[in-house]
Design a protein around this ligand. Structure first.
Ligand SMILES: Cc1cc2nc3c(=O)[nH]c(=O)nc-3n(C[C@H](O)[C@H](O)[C@H](O)COP(=O)(O)OP(=O)(O)OC[C@H]3O[C@@H](n4cnc5c(N)ncnc54)[C@H](O)[C@@H]3O)c2cc1C
Length: 434
């Protein structure tokens, strides 16, 4: 029952399930270099992919993170990899015209190809698999809309998607809660903690210094670049890359005014019998649905647990409070799980944007990539790589996401006062099926 302590297993931890196999690095005594060619702020997927590019280009690269490397979303996410671009082709075409719309969608495909290639080329052991996604329609109208979008073809991009009607749904997922859905066969999954640990290894062996527990408190422009003032000392840097996504703060006010920090919440269940897992998740796909307040879920890589995520409260809350609410949604989808308990419950801060697209570029001499709108497992690495190549002078072209305006709103300073009312409206629309 929501709110009941009975729904937690005896070994419950209010921390990411992924941290069991990939614990956060403890703080180490390090001496900070006094100069660097490139300083990167944030040691998640964006920052580490950027660092691999700059370090491999022969630039002295220092990555700093306010907490342990990977403390942010990059070790907290659901491990689901899509093409990351939320607006449909028709919406993008109306906003930007055909050429830019197609370029944006191609960037989405490129991000999926990038992570697939990177994990294979670098030999990262992170339970990566192209398992495909089943995206369930929560109303009959949403099923029709998915079918219409599935029919829109363009020579520039290929999803390979197909529709699954309600009567055949059990071949994909053991629930009657959806009105059918769509399968995206190219979508993939991985263990985010192991992926981040592998990235750390690759970045360090490329020559980058990655220093945790080292918050950047101030930045000052100099004729040669920047002075970076951290909790462990000052670094003179030629270039600075901002890779702070949902954790972007007043250090970079221009970026802070353009991202909307929103908590996302996940639970892991205790172990579930193999026959139940096989019945509920026969295809091992990653799952999501058509709600505005989307639920995303999947079997754990060893297929013993379910990882179930979403947004269950108007305001940010404690994982001990969000856990039972997520469990109630899980049981609504799969009533036979009524007695299952929660082993882990956690949260992290994602960065939404006013146009629901990610952005990268250079502003005031600072390179940045952020605003993944909750879909950054593939895209953060892809844009991190691009921003790293641009900072290293290898490839100045930052692609389609640098060619669209990174919007803010009057009086918005980075504190989303409108979050509670927006969540309430979305919740109502989801209930009404509009
Ligand atoms: C619960 C949850 C589930 C998610 N599920 C999915 C999913 O299934 N699929 C998907 O594609 N995406 C998912 N995401 C989103 C995805 O994880 C992110 O988009 C991605 O990890 C962003 O990576 P990043 O490197 O840009 O930012 P982060 O990994 O968040 O790293 C930013 C870092 O910046 C550091 N920082 C901030 N300020 C400073 C400072 N002043 N000095 C030094 N360091 C600083 C922070 O400590 C933090 O570690 C999820 C996110 C969450 C929270």
């Amino acid at each position: 029952m929501p709110g009941s302590s009975d729904c937690f297993s005896p070994d419950f931890r209010p921390a990411p399930y992924w941290w069991e196999a990939s614990p956060q690095e403890p703080e180490k005594a390090v001496s900070l270099p006094s100069t660097a060619d490139v300083v990167i702020i944030g040691a998640g997927y964006t920052g580490l992919h950027a660092a691999i590019q700059t370090a491999r280009a022969g630039l002295e690269t220092v990555v700093v993170d306010a907490e342990a490397a990977g403390f942010g979303c990059s070790t907290r996410n659901g491990g689901q990899i899509s093409t990351s671009v939320k607006p449909s082709y028709s919406t993008l075409r109306k906003r930007y015209g055909d050429d830019l719309a197609v370029s944006i969608l191609k960037e989405g495909q490129a991000s999926l190809d990038h992570v697939t290639g990177f994990v294979g080329d670098e030999g990262i052991d992170c339970d990566f698999g192209v398992v495909g996604r089943f995206h369930g329609a929560h109303t009959a109208g949403q099923y029709e809309k998915l079918a219409r979008d599935c029919d829109v073809r363009h020579p520039g991009f290929v999803t390979g998607a197909w529709m699954v009607p309600r009567e055949k749904q059990h071949a994909e997922l053991g629930t009657d809660a959806y009105h059918g859905g769509i399968v995206f066969p190219r979508h993939a999954s991985l263990d985010p903690g192991k992926y981040h640990a592998g990235l750390l290894r690759v970045a360090r062996s490329a020559g980058a210094s990655v220093i945790g527990h080292c918050r950047v408190n101030d930045l000052a422009r100099t004729p040669q670049g920047f002075e970076v003032f951290t909790g462990k000392g000052r670094i003179r840097a030629g270039k600075v890359i901002v890779a702070t996504n949902g954790y972007t703060g007043s250090l970079t006010p221009w970026q802070q005014r353009r991202v909307i920090p929103i908590g996302s919440y996940v639970i892991a269940t205790e172990e579930i019998p193999a026959d139940v897992m096989d019945r509920l998740f026969p295809t091992n796909r990653i799952l999501s649905d058509t709600r505005k307040l989307v639920y995303y879920y999947r079997p754990s890589p060893d297929r013993k647990r379910i990882l179930f995520g979403g947004r269950v409260s108007l305001q940010e809350t404690d994982p001990r409070k969000s856990g039972p609410k997520l469990l109630a949604e899980l049981v609504r989808l799969f009533p036979e799980l009524a007695r299952v308990r929660i082993s882990h419950s956690w949260t992290g801060i994602v960065a939404f944007t006013f146009d629901t697209l990610m952005h990268c570029g250079e502003e005031g001499g600072l390179f940045y990539a952020m605003g993944y709108c909750g879909s950054g497992v593939g895209m953060a690495g892809y844009l991190g790589s691009r921003i790293g190549k641009a900072a290293a002078g290898i490839d100045p072209d930052l692609g389609a996401f640098s060619r669209i305006p990174f919007e803010t709103r009057p009086f918005y300073t980075g504190k989303p006062w409108f979050l509670g009312p927006s969540v309430a409206v979305y919740r109502l629309r989801d209930r009404l099926g509009v």
